[in-house]
Design a protein around this ligand. Structure first.
Ligand code: 5GP
Length: 115
């Protein structure tokens, strides 16, 4: 049994965080501490703690995360200028919330990834 994080409460709208996107598989909302002019978190509705916990039955949700990313980027008007998608896994990557999530960052030049 995977333990819930704050993201489950946001997905269920038990705490206020406007959803930019939601369907039966994924949800998206703004990061509370934005690292770029546009910083959105895209999460599977199912609790998957890390990339290491992904299994075959999650394929559809993982694909949907990318489709949602494109849709949101387009709605925000940053699809053509560009954006970055990041998934952190475990300690060395700095993962803080153990509910798999994709960061969508954009709205300004982001610089090199590995500076
Ligand atoms: P990680 O380092 O795990 O990849 O990223 C976790 C992200 O979740 C961080 O960027 C952090 O700012 C964001 N975050 C943590 N708690 C909350 C919260 O309660 N609401 C929202 N919207 N974002 C959060």
């Amino acid at each position: 049994m995977s333990s819930e994080t704050i993201f489950s409460k946001i997905i269920r709208q038990e705490i206020p965080a406007p959803l930019l996107y939601q369907d039966e598989l994924v949800s998206a909302f703004r990061d509370i501490q934005p690292q770029a002019p546009q910083h959105i978190l895209i999460v599977p509705n199912k609790i998957i703690p890390t990339v290491n916990d992904v299994c075959a039955e999650d394929e559809q949700a993982l694909g949907r995360m990318f489709i949602a990313a494109h849709k949101i980027a387009k709605e925000l008007g940053i699809d053509e200028s560009g954006y970055r998608l990041i998934v952190n896994c475990n300690r060395d990557a700095g993962q803080e919330v153990f509910h798999l999530h994709m960061h969508l960052l954009g709205g300004a030049p982001l610089g090199p990834l590995l500076a």
